[in-house]
Design a protein around this ligand. Structure first.
Ligand SMILES: O=C(CO)COP(=O)(O)O
Ligand SMILES: O=C[C@H](O)COP(=O)(O)O
Ligand SMILES: [Zn+2]
Ligand SMILES: [Zn+2]
Length: 363
């Protein structure tokens, strides 16, 4: 099957009321685990690659592994998405490389550390929308900075996240500003800040509404009901995997993630894309630790890696089921990116006409 755009996939998800997990990919084992799980439950998938993934695997390897997935699982719709693009140039490189969707993260400057001003965010995001839509590629923007409402800090071990302490205002996306941002940039999906952060250390206790602002999703969705919302930092940090890691020589202090039930509440309120990286990391490293410690005589790495694939596959399957994307693969007929480009142009024209009918020759 051809790769599909994020816009096509999320339009389908919105129409049928489900959410799609977006899993980060870095190597063959992660890709196979995600794809096998998608096959198990007939779900469409979003495979997303960060700048760190490109550095680790190299762009040609990522591209060919995703092509290999499309060949191996021809009936599973796959969206290949660039995670946290730091600049229009990086998004442009991803488009050239065959990505069907890019994230322009203009909430931070291109060092991916310094919170950016609103005008900067609008300018770089708009620029990427113009470039990407011309070739039918979708764009995710971000408004508000990811970080903890407990500490004001972004996840500490992460490569993309604000440095220093942020105010509550910076950490929560404002619904009114979100409406203005979407209208002025034309993004297909919007990442919002609601108290989640990247990495394993999100919450020091099981999160409640004080530190995980699900009600903010509701307020944003009420204001822009037609915009697909994206939740970043949405790993649930399974306590079982923390136990396995601790029992086999690892050391991870007490920490909590985003409960799956809260994500489901988000999906009931317009969240269509749910970013998950850490959970796969935890499941894979926990299962690798266990396999290596319980089989000291084994030295074929495939035996250990097969355990890691099994663990990640089962985690992905749970998320496909919980978010409602399971069973949807067969209901999506991929549209060529040319068609998506034409659609984007038509939508843009209609929006401009609404704003200034006279200028568009229909006033
Ligand atoms: O948001 C993410 C990638 O963009 C991943 O979040 P986690 O660290 O919670 O898995
Ligand atoms: O943005 C966060 C993702 O978890 C990607 O992480 P990474 O930059 O270490 O690849
Ligand atoms: Zn960001
Ligand atoms: Zn993210």
């Amino acid at each position: 099957m051809a790769l599909i755009s994020l816009r096509q996939l999320l339009d389908h998800a919105a129409e049928h009321g489900y959410g799609v997990p977006a899993f980060n990919i870095n190597n063959m084992e992660q890709i196979q685990a995600i794809m096998q799980a998608a096959e198990d439950c007939a779900s469409p998938v979003i495979l997303q690659a960060s700048a760190g993934a490109r550095k680790y695997a190299g762009e040609p390897f990522l591209r060919h592994m995703v092509q290999a997935s499309a060949e191996t699982w021809p009936h599973i719709p796959i969206c290949l998405h660039q995670d946290h693009g730091a600049s229009p140039a990086i998004c442009q490189q991803a488009i050239r490389s065959g990505f069907t969707s890019v994230m322009m993260d203009g909430s931070l400057l291109d060092d991916m550390k310094t919170p950016a001003g609103y005008d900067y965010n609008i300018r770089v995001t708009r620029q990427v929308v113009e470039q990407a839509h011309a070739v039918g590629v979708s764009v995710e923007g971000e408004l508000g900075c990811l970080g903890s409402l407990e500490t004001g800090r972004a996840g500490e071990e992460d490569g993309s996240g604000a440095a220093g302490v942020l105010s509550r205002d910076q950490l929560l996306t404002d619904p009114e500003q979100a409406a203005d941002f979407v209208a002025r940039t034309g993004v297909d999906a919007l990442a919002i800040a609601i108290g989640t952060s990247h990495g394993a250390y999100k919450f020091s206790r099981r999160p409640d509404g004080e530190v995980l602002a699900i009600d903010r999703i509701r307020a944003i969705h009420d204001r822009i009901p037609d915009t697909h919302l994206v939740m970043h930092g949405s790993s649930s940090v399974p306590q079982e995997w923390l136990e396995v890691i601790r029992a086999h020589g690892g050391s991870i202090r007490e920490t909590y993630g985003v409960p799956v039930e809260e994500i489901r509440e988000g999906i009931r309120n317009g969240v269509r894309k749910v970013n998950i990286d850490t959970d796969i990391r935890l499941a894979m490293s926990g299962s690798l630790r266990r396999a290596m410690m319980t089989r000291p005589e084994e030295f074929d790495p495939r035996k250990f890696l097969a355990e890691a694939i099994r663990a990640a596959r089962s985690l992905c399957r749970e998320r496909f089921e919980a978010f409602g994307s399971a069973g949807q693969a067969g209901r999506i007929v991929p549209l060529p990116l040319e068609r998506m480009a034409a659609r984007a142009a038509a939508l843009e024209f209609a929006a401009m006409e609404r704003r200034s009918p006279a200028m568009m020759g229909s006033g």
